[in-house]
Design a protein around this ligand. Structure first.
Ligand code: DC
Length: 224
């Protein structure tokens, strides 16, 4: 198989990571979750008691951060200064920290090469917000996955409950709308579709239907 790079972008909670995992498995390629990198910086900043909205304070701590991605049977692991933080970054608080630090240009510059390096050596499906616009502008396939805020909040709420987190649907929906605003309204690398991205709206699709639709889009792009 020729090397293939699939950029999967879209708002929070559209189901990018579940979809990307299924496609990676189906095609035998690597799944890269770039949100985990921003979340790890969020975690570091949180542990240091740094204001995540302060570009100066966050930029000043970047030289103290060593971040890398590792891949094993469980999929991607993210290593922050030698510690596997893959599970610790999956909380609503870290979502907000990640959203705040991701708006800081120095943070995006800091993470650029880590993301691009993987795409040079492996076939990947990479999910994020600016993969098709900034990280892999010449990706073979670009998909922009969307769903209504209510559909996304409903799914995220069910996930959090299943993990034993205590929260209400209303909180999840309002966090979701706030993150959409931060992520698509920011000046740098906003979460907007690349000009050559194809849209996939899964508000009314089951998971299997979403995977099927995405695979059909990939086939169409790659088989000409
Ligand atoms: O996909 P996620 O929810 O794990 O992402 C966490 C935050 O990081 C999200 O608010 C937006 C930001 N992010 C980004 O700005 N660019 C990316 N490529 C991935 C995530």
């Amino acid at each position: 198989m020729e090397k293939i790079r699939i950029a999967l972008d879209g708002p929070s909670g559209a189901g990018k990571s579940s979809l990307a995992k299924a496609i990676a498995k189906n095609m035998g390629i690597v799944y890269v979750d770039t949100g985990a990198l921003y979340r790890s910086i969020g975690l570091y900043v949180n542990r240091q008691g740094i204001d995540p909205h302060s570009p100066e304070a966050v930029a000043a701590c970047l030289p103290d951060i060593a971040l890398s991605l590792a891949f094993n049977e469980q999929g991607q692991r993210v290593i922050l200064n030698g510690e596997d933080v893959s599970d610790k970054i999956r909380t609503p608080e870290m979502s907000m920290y990640a959203s705040a630090v991701s708006a800081i240009p120095a943070v995006r510059a800091f993470l650029l090469e880590t993301q691009r390096a993987i795409t040079r050596t492996s076939s990947v499906i990479m999910d994020g917000r600016d993969i098709g616009t900034v990280i892999i502008p010449d990706a073979e396939v670009k998909i922009f996955l969307v769903a209504s805020p209510e559909a996304r909040a409903k799914r995220r709420y069910a996930e959090l409950l299943a993990k034993g987190e205590t929260c209400t649907y209303e909180e999840v929906l309002s966090d979701m709308i706030q993150r959409d605003k931060n992520d698509s309204g920011r000046a740098i690398a906003p979460a907007i579709p690349a000009e050559d991205a194809v849209f996939l709206d899964n508000s009314d699709l089951t998971f299997d239907e979403t995977v099927e639709a995405a695979l059909a889009m990939i086939r169409e792009k790659t088989e000409g």
